[in-house]
Design a protein around this ligand. Sequence first.
Ligand SMILES: NC(=O)C1=CN([C@@H]2O[C@H](COP(=O)(O)OP(=O)(O)OC[C@H]3O[C@@H](n4cnc5c(N)ncnc54)[C@H](OP(=O)(O)O)[C@@H]3O)[C@@H](O)[C@H]2O)C=CC1
Ligand SMILES: CC(C)=CCC[C@@H](C)[C@H]1CC[C@H]2C3=C(CC[C@]12C)[C@@]1(C)CCC(=O)[C@@H](C)[C@@H]1CC3
Length: 348
Amino acid sequence: MNRKVAIVTGTNSNLGLNTVFRLIETEDSNVRLTIVVTSRTLPRVQEVIVQIKDFYNNKSKRVGDLEIDFDYLLVDFTNMISVLNAYYDINNKYDAINYLFVNAAQGIFDGIDWFGAVKEVLTSPLDAVTNPTYKIQLVGVKSKDDMGLIFQANVFGPYYFISKILPQLSKGKAYIVWVSSIMSDPKYLSLNDIELLKSDASYEGSKRLVDLLHLATYKDLKKLGINQYVVQPGIFTSHSFSKYLNFFTYFGMLFLFYLARWLGSPWHNIDGYKAANASVYVTRLANPNFEKQDAKYGSATSRDGMPYIKTLPIDPTGASDVFAYIQKKKLEWDEKLKDQIVETRVPV
Ligand SMILES: NC(=O)C1=CN([C@@H]2O[C@H](COP(=O)(O)OP(=O)(O)OC[C@H]3O[C@@H](n4cnc5c(N)ncnc54)[C@H](OP(=O)(O)O)[C@@H]3O)[C@@H](O)[C@H]2O)C=CC1
Ligand SMILES: CC(C)=CCC[C@@H](C)[C@H]1CC[C@H]2C3=C(CC[C@]12C)[C@@]1(C)CCC(=O)[C@@H](C)[C@@H]1CC3
């Protein structure tokens, strides 16, 4: 049986879980698929494995022609030692990785400006739930590694992990899928603030960095047999929203999401399964010899609820500056971490 290994960062998120569901549904027959669940905590690993097993056994109709098993990786991308340990774990266990979904991300949201939210909803309901400006984000937050927290969590940490497991990704002729956003406009990133420390939209800026880092790296990765894509899942309900919502605002949001879809928004996928369409399209359905890699593949839903893929161009301005900054940062961390892990088992 052909073995494949899939790493999904932030597996226990709505998008991460549905990415795994769609991968199980579309993987070739007679494959043993090892799903490497990642989280910052073990309870969330255990929780999501239960959900994946339930889907596989009771909903997927793949029992019998696709085998699945699990592994897990505890990693916090805001902690470089944790990233290095994750690399070391993978390096000790696998000689080939076939899929890497860079799904995990965070924002440093500090609540919602409800007055601004109501004003936006009343003046432009579609824009209010497509390009919201009423999320309050903290400014200038650094990680314990003295980097911009969101820069490290959403961009540099995952990039450093990828750079360390390149041999396994190359051996597995892997697909790398970076999850970006529709909110990744060039206006959210200043090339004088690549670590997003001066930005009040660091989340959106990090997604712009993802877009540019992809453009700067996919061609070299192709030479290693690795196919990298950038996708965006549209807009869907997320665990991370819930802490800001009560019964009324949750259903108010859902109403506005459906209204936006009926008003013609292609991006209000609303459920995680539809949102995960693009992530699995580029890995299971797209032909890497024909599909463009310099575009962003979006999960979209039509007015009548039919899912489809909608690609968007990516403005390449600043890609070389961003890549030069990140490469320099990588060399700095290679030096800092070079003696962190030493073989303690001395052969007798
Ligand atoms: N929801 C939406 O409408 C949209 C979401 N997206 C993107 O889709 C992806 C998934 O979003 P969503 O389903 O809402 O996810 P959530 O915000 O609900 O969860 C985020 C996930 O990322 C993981 N994570 C967060 N910070 C870190 C970190 N520092 N190190 C390691 N893992 C971390 C968490 O894992 P754990 O807590 O288990 O450690 C969690 O599983 C993200 O990249 C997001 O930016 C893009 C556009 C719209
Ligand atoms: C207005 C009401 C009744 C409730 C507030 C709902 C908001 C919490 C919610 C509405 C639009 C959502 C949204 C995102 C986060 C949560 C909302 C602001 C994102 C910023 C999440 C991350 C992304 O990448 C964006 C594309 C999302 C845009 C929509």
